[in-house]
Design a protein around this ligand. Structure first.
Ligand SMILES: Cc1cc2nc3c(=O)[nH]c(=O)nc-3n(C[C@H](O)[C@H](O)[C@H](O)COP(=O)(O)OP(=O)(O)OC[C@H]3O[C@@H](n4cnc5c(N)ncnc54)[C@H](O)[C@@H]3O)c2cc1C
Length: 418
């Protein structure tokens, strides 16, 4: 086999796009072609829509797609966490059923992990799944479920055994959201958006073949999902923007971005909009203020260092090293950056930063930054939880005392009915 180099890959992608890319195809038709060609997710295995391309060469493919204006597979939101989890733990039948439609964007997913009584203490989940001889029947409640209001499937963590310690009694399922036993109720956030939902289950059914991995392996599988979520929080993930070009496929992509990406449209603001800081300081004539410049410099240094941490994680991946502490470090760094960015935006804009509406700074965008930034230190595991992980698993410090880790879960006092 000839050696893969940047030049050889560039030439191959370019030729392939010249022969295949057309903006007049439908989005799904094009993405099916991409899935079959392996260029949609070139890092994935050849058996499952990829080319096993080394991580370092993937940006070359992305550059060629950008150059040609070609649309990619649907890599957005929680669907990629579903894909990453199923690639590792899913059965062949599950991969066959779900992966292609994840890439074409035909199915949308959500993550049914957090509950009113178990967010940080995810292993304390009390949503239950009981097997009735034919189906799993699910009863309980989830909360904070991003995108559940337009999802077809959910990644569900549910308790299947109450007689063992909490981490051992959980199992992992794919749940069909569009069924009678599932009630999705949107929640409105303080930034005005409604990305989250609470989801209630009353005898919701799951076919046995939608159980992922072995019974009782739910915690391990959930860690795969969360590892990918935290890795994505370091800012190296690209967001779907929708192009302004003309052609059927671009129209369909814009419509997709408007619906599927709707819950995520405030995510750039939750990251603090570091990109706006210098521009805003100039706009407000504050760029010569020495105190402000000091804070801006601090922010830009923190942001650049966080970017490098993300790139280090990516480099470790390229070398085939297992995920190290970078996931938690990167996630923590992104919280610190977002908080400092909100602070700097306040210094630049002053009290007007609290205003919303047409005459406010940047049409209310600066105010949206303030009320969105706190989400960065909560989503995917709070800052305190990341610090616990770093101190216990990376620095080898003593574990925090846990009174319930070895007890049968049914004997652990809790404030929910089991
Ligand atoms: C933008 C966003 C999107 C989200 N999307 C989803 C989703 O799609 N699906 C989903 O399942 N969940 C989702 N979540 C939920 C998220 O995972 C939880 O909010 C998070 O894990 C924290 O749980 P909690 O809200 O129950 O807080 P709690 O666990 O009640 O924590 C309250 C406070 O106590 C602190 N604390 C708790 N335990 C410890 C400890 N052991 N040591 C030190 N401090 C501790 C926490 O750090 C926090 O400050 C989302 C959250 C956000 C903000």
């Amino acid at each position: 086999m000839s050696e893969l180099t940047e030049a050889s890959i560039r030439e191959e992608v370019r030729e392939w796009l010249e022969a295949n890319w057309s903006p007049d195809r439908s989005l799904v038709e094009w993405r099916n072609i991409l899935a079959d060609s392996g260029w949609g997710v070139p890092g994935w295995s050849k058996q499952w829509f990829g080319r096993e391309l080394p991580e370092a060469l993937i940006p070359v493919v992305e550059q060629e797609f950008d150059r040609a204006g070609a649309v990619g597979v649907c890599k957005t939101g929680i669907r990629m966490l579903a894909a990453a989890t199923l690639l590792v733990h899913g059965s062949e039948a599950q991969k066959e059923k779900f992966l292609r439609r994840i890439l074409t964007g035909e199915d949308t997913w959500c993550q049914l992990f957090s509950e009113p009584g178990s967010g940080s203490d995810l292993a304390g989940a009390t949503t239950r799944a009981d097997f009735d001889g034919e189906h799993w029947k699910v009863n309980g409640q989830k909360v904070w479920t991003t995108s559940a209001h337009h999802a077809q499937f959910g990644l569900l963590l549910a308790r299947t055994d109450w007689s063992v310690p909490k981490h051992q009694g959980l199992s992992y399922f794919v749940l069909d959201i569009e069924q009678d036993g599932v009630d999705v109720q949107p929640l409105r956030q303080m930034n005005g958006h409604a990305s989250f939902n609470q989801v209630f289950f009353t005898d919701a059914k799951i076919k046995p073949e939608f159980q992922v991995g072995e019974l009782g392996e739910g915690w391990k599988i959930a860690m795969t999902t969360l590892m990918h979520e935290r890795r994505g929080a370091d800012g190296t993930r690209r967001w779907a923007m929708g192009s302004n070009q003309t052609g059927r496929i671009y129209d369909e992509e814009r419509a997709e971005v408007a619906t599927i990406m709707e819950p995520y449209k405030w995510y750039p603001q939750r990251a603090g909009r570091v990109d706006l800081v210098v521009e805003r300081a100039q706009e407000e004539g504050r760029n010569t203020d020495p105190t402000l410049r000091q804070e801006m410099a601090k922010l830009l240094i923190m942001s650049r260092a966080a970017e490098w941490t993300g790139l280090r994680a990516r480099a470790a991946q390229v070398l085939g090293r297992p995920q190290g502490p970078e996931g938690s470090l990167g996630k923590l760094a992104s919280s610190n950056v977002a908080r400092q960015a909100a602070h700097v935006h306040t210094l630049i804009t002053g009290a007007d930063a609290l205003l919303t509406g047409e005459e406010s700074p940047r049409d209310g965008l600066i105010a949206e930054i303030f009320v969105s930034v706190p989400a960065t230190s909560i989503a995917g595991g709070t800052d305190e939880i990341q610090r616990n992980i770093i101190s216990e698993r990376v620095l080898g410090m003593p574990k925090e005392p846990r009174f319930d880790a070895d007890k049968a879960f049914q004997d652990v006092p809790k404030n929910t009915i089991s």
